[in-house]
Design a binder for this molecule. Sequence first.
Ligand code: MIC
Ligand code: SF4
Length: 643
Amino acid sequence: MGKTITEKIIGEHLVSGVYRPGTEIGIRVDQTLTQDATGTMAYLQFEAMNIPRIRTELSVSYIDHNTVQIGYENADDHKYLQSVAAKYGLYLSRAGNGICHQAHLERFGKPGKTLIGADSHTPTGGAMGMFAVGVGGLDVALAMAGEPFYLTCPKVIKIELNGKLPPWVSAKDVILKILQLFTTKGNVGSVFEYGGKGVEGLSVPERATIANMGAECGVTTSVFPSDATTRRFLKAQRREADWRELKADRNAEYARIVTLDLSELVPLTAKPHSPDNIGAVREMDSMEVNQVCIGSCTNSSYKDLVTVATMLKGRTVHPGVSFIIAPGSRQVLENLARGGYLTDLITAGARIMENACGFCIGNSQSPQTGAVSLRTSNRNFLGRSGTKDANVYLVSPETAAAAVITGRFTDPRDLGLAYPRVRMPAQFHINDELFIRPEETGDPSSITIYRGPNIGTPPTNSKLPETISGDITIKVGDKITTDHIMPAGDLMKYRSNIPKYAEYVFAPVDGEFAARAKKIRNTGRHNIIVAGLSYGQGSSREHAALCPMFLGVKAIIAKSFERIHAANLINFGILPLTFADERDYDRVEQGDRFEIVNIRELLREGKNIIVKNLSRGTSFGVGYDLSERQKKILFAGGALNRQ
Ligand code: MIC
Ligand code: SF4
């Protein structure tokens, strides 16, 4: 039987287990990436492992999230990251160099390699045939220490693209259509593998938009073939030697095949407050728009911004719209400038932001009260923009630029303009000066790691007790994202200060949670969280596990968990349990007192676990999906305790 691309790459990297979907496997990690908001904690954990130099082929530490720098904390973290990179042999991508996923695709991505990144949009690398997976920082730290990366061997869903995109319909509309079909839940343990004739017509940046937002579906990753287009892209990056061909065998078998005719797609939008709440742009009834933000790791490539610049050339932003552009990388910005496109954008009235995450994570450009904000980013969770009652719509760069012109939701096909078909340059202007290479940094033993006053040591957990006895400190509903659990925005400056950051756990949902949890913890009881479907959607931030752990959370009972978050919970010694009968969710309330006895023994022997509800005199069963390796981590109270 033939192989899928996924099976080929996994097969070349397999170090434990066998390629059987649903079972745990370990793979060798070629490359890792981190960004500053997850990286500081990941490197503190790496330091705790006492390894003299990294053991991967390539590891890159990007500074792209916390670049607004109000107060000393972010700048101190940047300096910490720079000294760590020098000491342990990593590349450092300095602030101003761009968003990790865009810059990594440009300068380091290689077909056929494995990449794990402490950021949920790491699958962007799948655009050039990498097996690229978003993970928690601790998994990156372990990979840098030479450990394999463990994951559930995924089942492969083929997305067969046929036809060609019509004018004004672009890659964002493709992935929004896929989000409409697959939604944000129920896809854990799958890979989207793209194929079909339609792939040929998509440039690498377009493939990157699609692979990037597969993360919103909750898949392990998305993979495109590496073909002549990939080769041209790498050549334009002066990296043709990194190319290799990679495609699925003709007779490869898939768990499911979904066919999409690109020529039938129309401009789409994800309406508030979920990336799978899809509607057609034409149905938006010319709604007034207050803000347009173009950028983020989803749509900030040269191709995206040249399209926008060409549409706006000679025009001026509508008076009702605040128009923001954040290019994906310094390379993108420099090439826009050299081609004259930057001038067109400035003349049109764009507010040009730094090449960084910026507005996407809500640490700048929060819109006005009740605003309608059109963004080319990938997440529109409630409050993520920094304005709680803002309505964020996710759109393509074309639809975003149309609203810049008209001040209203406008289908770009209705503008009456000629569609600017952008050709990718045969050669990008390349300037790697903002990368600090490991070779440049001198003798590692002479490097002292810099630690500002905001940088603490990573807290560790105690061993899993025989009995968990505690309170339902909070009961939440379905689709709770890590932005609900551990908000980012301006609070991200506390990423390396856990006691401080922990004060904000669940702040967007329940401002009293942290105080309540501390009170329960201080009486010696445990905190337990009850949740609905798809708990922990969204980002990879391990702080959504680490900070609850710090507050004394020992177990979470949910209807289902998202992949990265479940792995993070285990890494920090929090037990993820699922309701055996989902109706039991309705039979428990916040404040109920629970007892789960003999857990260690039951887990060890693979037996059913019963939860006693002492407040109601009832009990119910819960399940778990844990490998022997994961059980050991839980018994030890987290992965750091096992090092
Ligand atoms: C995000 O888009 O939510 C982030 C910020 O990039 C996160 C990482 C983080 O919280 O630091 C992600 O996607 O993993
Ligand atoms: Fe940055 Fe936004 Fe991409 Fe996250 S989703 S990496 S915050 S640009």
